[in-house]
Design a protein around this ligand. Structure first.
Ligand code: ADP
Ligand code: MG
Length: 296
């Protein structure tokens, strides 16, 4: 009887803007006890904007900093890269062409401009590449505590400044976390972003600090899901949108992708939220519980 019930569930799900790619995962939903939520693009809208541009002490002007960063990001598909490029274009800046563009997932980008290596990314990425970021460390900490994502910019082997970006919460994020909790599920936040910004979002939506995993590299998101699965506290669902979420979506017992997400995320998911309403994950669970009951 199961297939019929699943088909019924699929129709009802479709009415709610939920696309079920596999029947098994929909059934598995009933034993999910932990829901891992990606921050950027899942709990937040995923459209960051540039809020501050600060050259390093003794470095050039903010316009130059932004133009060079935008040049390095011009081929980036990352929302942060797009935001930096948009900010430069909005200000009417001339964005030069770069060579040898390289995206380093979960870290940043590298490109060559007029023979110099330009690096744009999380401060730890620049440190890994031998750039000293201490001149702006206090300012970075301050901005991150205010919930910002701070991207550092270097060229010619020196830190040239930082760009702070902000993203808005989805309007239904807190309601969804509360609904998951009422249903007896444990919400967990995972992000490649910094801990301070992550905890700020967690607090705003009602996720405890001990359930926040920040600074997680793309490969490690799947590792986290595996670890939570190993705790023996029921099955684990993962909700994400990015390329960096794809392995975790595959690893999860129930992988859920936001419909606005990247193709790789959609292909890796069992369930796709076509409507772009985060609340649809609660609907998906309700429908899956009901469809399952019909099979008994
Ligand atoms: P999330 O999990 O929040 O979607 P990512 O794993 O994509 O984040 O990225 C983690 C961090 O790496 C970002 O917060 C940012 O600091 C840095 N980063 C990644 N890609 C870029 C980029 N194109 N430009 C600047 N910084 C980047
Ligand atoms: Mg994301």
């Amino acid at each position: 009887a199961a297939p019929l019930a699943i088909v019924r569930g699929a129709g009802e799900a479709a009415d709610h803007g939920i696309l079920m790619r596999t029947g098994e995962a929909f059934q598995a939903f009933r034993s999910v006890r932990t829901v891992v939520l990606d921050k950027t693009g899942t709990l937040t809208v995923g459209k960051p904007t540039v809020l501050e541009i600060e050259p390093a002490p003794g470095a050039g002007r903010a316009e130059e900093l932004l133009a060079v960063a935008a040049a390095a990001e011009s081929a980036s598909e990352h929302p942060l890269g797009q935001a930096v490029l948009d900010a430069a274009l909005d200000r009417g800046l001339d964005v030069p062409a770069v060579d040898d563009f390289e995206a380093v997932p979960g870290r940043g980008v590298a490109a060559r401009l007029a023979g110099q290596l330009v690096l744009v990314g999380r401060p730890s990425f620049l440190e890994e590449q031998g750039i000293d970021t201490t001149a702006l460390a206090a300012r970075i900490a301050e901005l991150e505590s205010a919930g910002r994502t701070v991207v550092a910019v270097a060229w010619g082997g020196r830190l040239r400044g930082i760009i702070a970006l902000g993203d808005e919460l989805r309007p239904d994020a807190a309601a969804v976390v509360a609904a998951l909790r009422r249903a007896g599920l444990r919400p967990v936040l995972v992000t490649g972003d910094n801990r301070r910004a992550a905890e700020r979002v967690a607090q705003a939506v009602g996720i405890e600090p001990q359930h926040v995993y920040a600074g997680v590299l793309p490969g490690e998101k799947a590792e986290l899901v595996r670890r939570l699965q190993g705790e023996g506290r029921g099955r684990v669902a993962m909700v994400g949108d990015g390329i960096n979420d794809a392995p975790a979506l595959m690893q999860a017992d129930v992988g859920i992708a936001m419909g606005t997400g990247t193709d790789i995320a959609l292909e890796s998911a069992d369930i796709i939220i076509v409507s772009d309403r985060l609340e649809a994950i609660v609907d998906a669970r309700t429908i899956s519980m009901r469809s399952y009951r019909k099979t008994l």
